[in-house]
Ligand binder design. Structure first.
Ligand SMILES: [Zn+2]
Length: 161
């Protein structure tokens, strides 16, 4: 996997992984069998660009079997608030889009991610979606969409104990 903020995967239990997010989906991967773990930072561009596939392939490369992966989707902007223009909407299957006010497109990025994970061999019962929206549950989370460029960030951390 590229050495940038899109994600990091390792089997080194001495490491603690962390990424920053505000609306993008922090995706935690843990394989308790091979002790492989990682965090992916998934925004819509990343999802379109194959970040989920890259992340899972990275775990396979260091010995993990996708069927053993536990996956958690953390707080992120959800369909209730994730309004996009037509240029973005047309990159996704229409079944993941509902019409908002004034005909705007509301994207269900979490369901797209879960579909991709299952296609890669991750078991549905091992995928947990927290279903917390960063944008409309504002007392709890920072949101780039809501607060603009001055938005705070949240830090996702994953390590082994
Ligand atoms: Zn919302």
């Amino acid at each position: 996997m590229k050495k940038n903020t899109d994600g990091v995967v390792t089997n080194n239990q001495d490491l603690v992984l962390s990424i920053q997010v505000a609306d993008c989906i922090p995706i935690f991967l843990v394989d308790p069998v091979e002790k492989v773990f990682g965090i992916i930072h998934a925004g819509w561009r990343g999802v379109v660009g194959g970040i989920i596939q890259q992340g899972i392939y990275s775990t396979i490369q260091i010995g993990s079997d996708p069927k053993n992966l536990n996956v958690l989707l953390g707080p992120s902007i959800r369909q209730c608030c994730f309004e996009v223009g037509q240029d973005v909407a047309r990159q996704f299957d229409s079944s993941y889009i509902t019409r908002g006010i004034n005909g705007r497109s509301m994207v269900d990025l979490q369901s797209i991610v879960i579909y991709q994970l299952e296609k890669l061999g991750v078991k549905n019962k091992k995928i947990v979606d927290l279903k917390e929206c960063t944008c409309c549950q504002e007392k709890r989370y920072h949101s780039f969409r809501r607060d603009g460029k001055d938005a705070g960030r949240m830090i996702a951390i994953l390590g082994w104990q």
